[in-house]
Design a protein around this ligand. Structure first.
Ligand SMILES: *Cc1c(COP(=O)(O)O)cnc(C)c1O
Length: 484
């Protein structure tokens, strides 16, 4: 059934509810001049027609609750339902953000403030930092906050010449954007043949204008750079600060404290690694953790614990960069992260990483014989394969992805990172079973073999979807939402 059909099904006078006739005069608070003169053209349908329409539409959706979803650079897709329950508790969802913190309605907000405070404390401990703000509303917003802190640090020291942010080409694309928005210029650092930062190139770029370095860790090749401590030392020696883009933490959390390796500031995506799935376009949370040198500049408000055990919000922080978001960040997401960390505990968080790495490497090793790889070494939470052998025969990464849809799998991320031609960035996550991984591997191998014998058959995919291949540019610029 499609959108047109629900209109076609409409019959004048058909209703989804049956209410008794009104026995009081009709009255509206809307001023007459705002009232429409002709009724809206809406389908008049029964309750059952509406329910069927939306249920059928929902079944066309492919999501993690129905299919394997190996989209790279989006760690953690399955969000434990327990944490959804925690986020639904009415004592939290019914709180008004303007309720006072202590007197009057204060008792109502103490629990929420405690959740924010404790989540900050757990993140700082897990990642090795001194303090934290939960305010940023997305990963990129966390980056923006982080580079604003770096700018405030240099400014407070009167070090106005530091205007250049160094960004390796294996960083996430939001990094240069965040640096530019905060008033820095950017310079790109090359990746070496092993997939790490090219140290010689880094040294060439370091100097009195270096504000800092933004390192995506693990990087977009899914690799952990073993030179991290050396890189941080070099940047510090040149007078810059080190930023860690830790959007995807689930391979390393509980194992590596970036704050202990030399990073001064870092963000994580709670909506990737801490129980809220990424990709749904819903709200996010990108808390920023800092070392001692950046604590004075953290945004307001700050949650503080008083000696009597109560919590309060502080606004008078002299050196703060100010507000970066209203109220307290996306509280529901913070709550899920808190529940997630408490249910898993220290050991459980480490196990997440072990299984994420195991699953990604299982896929990588099984699929490597059929693809090219930029580097052949163990990966972290995701692996990047290159479909250059298939592309030579006219079957591209996009075509392989479309063929996967017909076999019941959500495609992996394609054509990213940019430094890998025909990239397929596959991230299985820790929650998938070996059986599911094997099914995916077999499907992809079958498609690769089909590409050799009958490339046209792969190019014709998808055959099972309501629409075939869309003109994605047209779809973004002139979306037609009614006639699918
Ligand atoms: C997803 C991601 C970001 C951006 O996060 P958003 O919440 O989408 O703004 C930044 N860096 C890395 C490495 C990411 O994977």
């Amino acid at each position: 059934m499609n959108m047109k059909l629900i209109f076609d099904r409409g019959q004048t006078g058909r209703r989804g509810s049956s209410l008794p006739a009104m026995d009081v005069p009709a009255k509206t608070a809307v001023p007459e001049r705002f009232c429409r003169k002709t009724p809206a053209e809406l389908p008049e349908v029964s309750e059952q027609d509406v329910i069927r329409h939306y249920t059928l539409l929902s079944r066309k959706n492919m999501g993690v609750d129905t299919n394997f979803y190996p989209l790279g650079s989006c760690t953690m897709k399955y969000n434990p339902k327990l944490n959804e329950r925690a986020a639904e508790l009415p004592g939290f969802t019914d709180l008004h953000p303007l309720l006072p913190q202590l007197r009057l309605g204060g008792a109502l907000t103490q629990g929420a403030l405690e959740v924010i405070y404790e989540t900050q404390r757990l993140l700082c401990e897990l990642l090795g930092f001194a303090d934290c703000t939960m305010q940023p509303l997305a990963g990129a917003h966390g980056e923006l906050t982080g580079v604003m802190l770096i700018a405030a640090y240099h400014k407070a020291r009167g070090d106005q010449a530091r205007k250049v942010m160094l960004i390796p080409d294996a960083a996430h694309g939001t990094n240069p954007a965040s640096a530019m928005v905060s008033g820095f210029t950017t310079q790109t650092i090359a990746t070496d043949a092993a997939g790490n930062v090219d140290i010689a190139d880094l040294k060439k770029h370091l100097g009195p204008d270096t504000a800092g370095l933004m390192l995506t860790c693990p990087n977009t090749l899914g690799l952990f750079d073993p030179q991290v401590e050396e890189i941080c030392r070099l940047v510090h020696a040149a007078g810059g600060l080190n930023y860690c883009d830790g959007a995807n933490q689930n391979a390393v959390m509980g194992r590596v404290g970036p704050g202990l390796l030399g990073f001064d500031v870092m963000h994580v995506n709670l909506h990737k690694s801490f129980s809220t799935p990424h990709g749904g376009g819903g709200p996010g949370a990108g808390p920023v953790m800092v070392g001692e040198c950046l604590v004075p500049y953290l945004p307001v408000s700050r949650v503080e614990k008083r000696d009597d055990g109560t919590y309060t919000l502080r606004y008078n922080c002299r050196d703060s960069i100010g507000y970066i978001a209203p109220f307290y960040g996306n509280f529901g997401i913070i709550l899920r992260a808190y529940a997630y960390m408490l249910t898993l505990g220290r050991e459980g968080l480490k196990r997440v990483g072990e299984n994420a790495v195991l699953n990604a490497n299982y896929l990588r090793v099984k699929l490597a014989p059929y693809f090219a790889q930029k580097v052949d070494r163990p990966c972290m939470h995701e692996c990047v394969l290159s479909a250059t052998p298939q592309a030579k025969k006219g079957v591209h990464a996009l075509d392989l992805a479309k063929a996967l849809i017909d076999r019941g799998f959500h495609p992996p991320t394609m054509y990213f990172p940019l430094i890998v031609p025909e990239a397929l960035m596959i991230e299985p996550t820790e929650t998938e079973s070996r059986e599911t991984l094997d099914e995916f591997i077999n499907a992809l191998i079958e498609i690769v073999k089909l590409a050799e014998t009958d490339p046209e058959a792969v190019l014709a995919c998808p055959l099972t979807t309501p629409v075939r291949r869309l003109d994605e540019t047209q779809a973004a610029r002139h979306p037609d939402l009614a006639s699918v």
